[in-house]
Design a binder for this molecule. Structure first.
Ligand code: NAP
Ligand code: HSE
Length: 434
């Protein structure tokens, strides 16, 4: 007899797992109409079976034994929302080996071991979908894999970490102090258990590695991503940025020129006129440029129980539709292009520089000459008295410069007697020429 109901093994019953149960239960009729099959959660794997749960109806389905899900031939799909690398990786590979399809929200795992998992899924003819791993409720992976399958993507810029965007927004709009706002973000539950991953840019880097792999179809690894977090961003940098027409954002950038690619995450000055500059608070956004389509942008909630669960259950719907049509294992193609990484001389950006100098005649001329000697020309300059007029602060925006030229300039500036301190240097992205 043909299957009427697809049985799901849910691994993890925390924030996202709870949302998954709520959506499947509340939208059962709609899901059935779309897929032609019912969806039932048969077992739920947790760490502590005694813990009080928000949803009582699942109590008799809880187990702490993964074999009850993995070895059950009745279970067709495993939804993994435990998080972390181990044991999630072993469970996912174990599920695929047994011919079960997988849906996961696990960015850490997919950024580090995505290629291995996708290859295993292809070998076994199984689906693996992970829409919720990047930008929570925004269907950006589906857009890259399906919506832009006919195009060649040249650039993606993403605000993909809600915690850091919340902190930078508060610093910009209220002049708030970094440490204070970080505490607030933790109390509101936006930050990861260890906020280092958010504020030092590692969470965003994992998401950018996933986006670049799918967008450019190359096997990007986490170590291919240049990462710098927001812990050194000061209120002064934000204020000067604003004065020059920019907002500071922790921006993920994935850019392809010809076949060479670069991926980075760093605090970046974005012109106020760019749509990414007005993405505020915990919201996420991903800007995608394709050769044929031109500019597009995706905006929405990057985390939270229901937005993230929406992405997970939509993946589940795709798996069930594929089962109905007998086409599982063809959705997420493993990256097939050779990875060619740009060197620093090929990475071009404008830069924002803030330095403190001796306030003497001819100092600005010496600095601009030194920059010119290093192939760097200036687009905007402002000078202000500093330290009650004893010194001066110079804030500059350069024209397009290579990362290697800019790194050399910083080294030289740190050795120049007339320069007291190089306060900050940020990439500038999203202007007319970029
Ligand atoms: P969470 O609230 O901490 O829930 C984790 C769940 O996994 C809990 O139910 C826990 O069991 C269970 N668990 C942990 N270790 C286990 C183990 N060794 N064996 C069996 N069960 C185990 O986490 P979450 O926020 O829902 O996140 C889940 C995943 O979604 C992560 O990969 C995360 O990165 C991703 N994600 C989350 C969000 C979000 O907004 N929260 C957004 C996007 C992606 P107990 O309940 O018994 O402790
Ligand atoms: N800590 C992450 C963030 C959660 O702030 O975006 C969603 O991945």
């Amino acid at each position: 007899m043909e299957k009427q109901v697809v049985k799901v093994g849910l691994m993890g019953f925390g924030t996202v797992g709870t949302g998954v149960v709520r959506i499947i239960s509340a939208h059962q009729e709609d899901l059935q109409k779309q897929t032609g099959l019912g969806i039932e959660i048969k077992k739920v794997l947790v760490q502590d079976a005694e813990k009080a749960r928000h949803i009582r109806s699942m109590e008799n389905k809880l187990t702490t034994d993964p074999a009850e899900l993995l070895e059950d031939p009745d279970i067709d799909v495993i939804v993994e929302v435990i998080g972390g690398i181990s044991p999630a990786k072993e469970y996912i590979l174990g599920a695929l080996e047994r011919g079960k399809h997988v849906v996961t929200a696990n960015k850490d795992l997919m950024a580090l071991h995505g290629a291995e998992i996708l290859n295993k899924a292809q070998e076994e003819g199984c689906d693996v979908f992970y829409e919720a791993s990047v930008a929570g409720g925004i269907p950006i992976l589906r857009a890259l894999v399906e919506g832009f399958s006919s195009d060649r993507i040249t650039k993606m810029m993403g605000i993909v970490n809600g915690t850091t965007n919340y902190i930078l927004t508060k610093m910009s709009q209220e002049g708030a102090d970094y440490a204070e706002v970080l505490k607030e973000a933790q109390a509101l539950g936006y930050a990861e258990a260890d906020p280092t991953s958010d504020v030092e840019g590692f969470d965003a880097a994992r998401k950018m590695a996933i986006l670049a792999t799918l967008g450019f179809r190359v096997p990007m690894k986490l170590e291919d991503v240049d990462v710098k977090g927001i812990s050194a961003v000061s209120r002064e940098d934000i204020a000067y940025g604003k004065q020059l027409g920019y907002e500071v954002k922790l921006l993920g950038l994935a850019r392809r020129d010809g076949e060479a690619v670069e991926v980075s995450v760093q605090p970046t000055m974005v012109p106020k006129s760019h749509p990414l500059a007005s993405v505020n608070g915990v919201f996420n956004a991903v800007y995608v440029h394709g050769e044929a389509v031109g500019e597009t942008m995706f905006y929405g909630p990057g985390a939270g129980e229901m937005p993230t669960a929406t992405a997970v259950v939509s993946d589940l719907v795709t798996v069930v539709k594929n089962m109905k049509m007998g086409v599982n294992g063809r959705g997420m193609v493993a990256p097939y292009k050779e990875k060619i990484l740009k060197d620093d001389s090929q990475k071009l950006s404008k830069y924002f520089l803030r330095i403190v100098v001796a306030d003497k005649r001819g100092v600005l001329a010496k600095i601009t000459q030194m920059l010119a000697d290093k192939n760097i020309s200036l687009e905007q300059v402002i000078q202000q008295p500093y330290n009650n007029g004893a010194q001066a602060e110079i804030i500059m925006i350069t024209h397009l410069s290579s990362k290697s030229d800019m790194s050399n300039v910083i080294v030289d500036m740190e050795e120049m007697e007339i320069i007291t301190e190089v306060k900050s240097c940020y990439r500038v992205e999203g202007g007319d020429q970029q």
